[in-house]
Design a protein around this ligand. Structure first.
Ligand code: ZN
Length: 427
């Protein structure tokens, strides 16, 4: 048990290191760690973990090692630079519960740079916000794990149980970075992922599936008029519409999922990318479109695929051309099941108590229409995963930013959480 004096000391220790924490965060944002280019940011994290006395495990993910595990998502890019980094704190004696602190280093692409007020990888602080791609999702959260440990050390303590700080890649497209940590044997009594949750606890996340539909056409000269050629791009629009109808149907099922019953529209089918055609005056011979679909926790991946394929086949058979030129469906990227955080009263209670000490109010909860790496721990390692972190503005958008005060407070909560959950020993 922490007495009030120790609680105050831990919170003040976070404050003392907070300027340095935000400088560190800005430094990390400067690494443009989009997919396939995470290695320099990971090198920096490995160095900082070593400086802090953590024992560092830095390894290249081998697809062969993880490809047959539940939760694996297929990839079509090279893993040549796919480096995970885990820093381990070993307690002198195991007195409390062990803990995984997990955050992703990868960020999504910026989109057109001229839409950003200032360049996305040159962080800027203004009106209590730090702007930059990854500032909110989720480098500030990842950094808060290290600085929560720093705060404990500043007042002479370390966790009285093993703590693993995982800086993972590939959260945005697959989750294979966290899966690789499980494959490597990392386990603990609980996991905490400081994704930007505005200081609430994530109760549930949706499943996410990515797929590409490859639509065929019949290329003819564009001047051939009606009846000459078949436009693959227009046929793709037709299939997208059928999928959007399925999206509406799945939203109609939210009443069967208590975590999402009050969400206005939890299932999102996002037409994320589309490519097609070769020449403006030729009827397009091909069109490939990529979709991200959300689905409810508890739904099986094979069933979701079957539902998507049935939807496309049904639409195909109502179209004279498509029914004899059936599109190909390719699954690449997220094949991620959803989950609901359950049977985690003890660890939730510890987080709730820590949050209340900082915020002065009860810990709220929220079920997100997106996904995190939380499901890996819950579904495949029987480990409760708490997703809790600061407030992000415009996640994945232009001028992404993190609310600095929310970073300070959630770091205080995380430091208290570590102290309560793991216990403390003098260092
Ligand atoms: Zn994230």
């Amino acid at each position: 048990m922490l007495d009030d004096k120790k609680v105050t000391a831990i919170m003040e220790a976070v404050d003392e290191g907070f300027d340095e924490q935000m400088e560190f965060t800005a430094h990390l944002v400067r690494f443009p760690s989009v997919r396939g280019q995470e290695q320099t940011a990971q090198d920096f994290m490995a160095k900082e973990m070593t400086t802090r006395g953590l024992s560092v495990d830095r390894w290249k993910i081998n697809v062969e090692d993880i490809k047959d595990l539940p939760g694996f998502s297929p990839v079509d890019i090279s893993y040549e630079n796919a480096l995970n980094v885990v820093g381990t704190h070993r307690a002198t004696r195991q007195k409390g519960h062990s803990l995984i602190l997990n955050g992703h280093i990868d960020v999504v692409p910026t989109g057109p740079l001229d839409k950003w007020t200032t360049p996305p990888f040159e962080p800027r602080t203004e009106n209590g916000l730090m702007y930059g791609r990854g500032a909110g999702d989720m480098k500030s959260g990842l950094v808060s794990c290290l600085f929560a440990l720093d705060a404990l050390k500043r007042i002479g303590y370390g966790p009285a149980s093993d703590v693993y700080v995982q800086s993972v890649i590939e959260e945005e497209p697959t989750g294979n970075g966290t899966l690789a940590c499980l494959q490597r044997g990392y386990r603990a009594d609980a996991a905490l992922i400081p994704e930007p949750m505005e200081g609430t606890l994530m109760r549930a996340e949706m499943g996410i599936m990515w797929f590409q539909v490859q639509v065929h056409g019949d290329p003819q000269h564009a001047s051939g008029g009606q009846g000459s050629g078949v436009n693959a791009i227009e046929k793709a629009f037709y299939l997208v519409q059928a999928l959007k109808d399925l999206e509406r149907d799945w939203n109609g099922l939210k009443g069967e999922h208590p975590e999402y019953i009050s969400h206005p529209y939890p299932v999102r089918f996002n037409l994320g990318r589309i490519k097609g055609g070769d020449w403006t005056s030729s009827v397009p011979a091909w069109c490939h479109f990529d979709m991200r679909v959300g689905f409810y926790p508890g739904w099986d991946l094979a069933d979701v695929r079957a539902k998507i394929e049935t939807c496309i086949q049904k639409a195909a058979h109502e179209d004279d051309f498509i029914k004899s030129n059936i599109p190909t469906i390719v699954y690449n990227g997220h094949q991620s099941e959803g989950f609901v955080l359950k049977n985690a009263d003890e660890v939730e209670g510890v987080l709730g108590k820590s949050h209340k000490a900082v915020f002065g109010e009860r810990l709220g909860e929220f079920s997100i229409p997106g996904a995190t790496d939380g499901h890996f721990f819950s579904l495949y390692a029987n480990t409760p995963a708490l997703v809790y972190g600061p407030k992000c503005i415009s996640s994945h958008g232009f001028d992404e930013a993190v609310d600095i005060e929310s970073v300070r407070k959630t770091t205080q909560t995380i430091a208290l959480f570590i102290a309560h959950w793991c216990g403390l020993e003098t260092v």
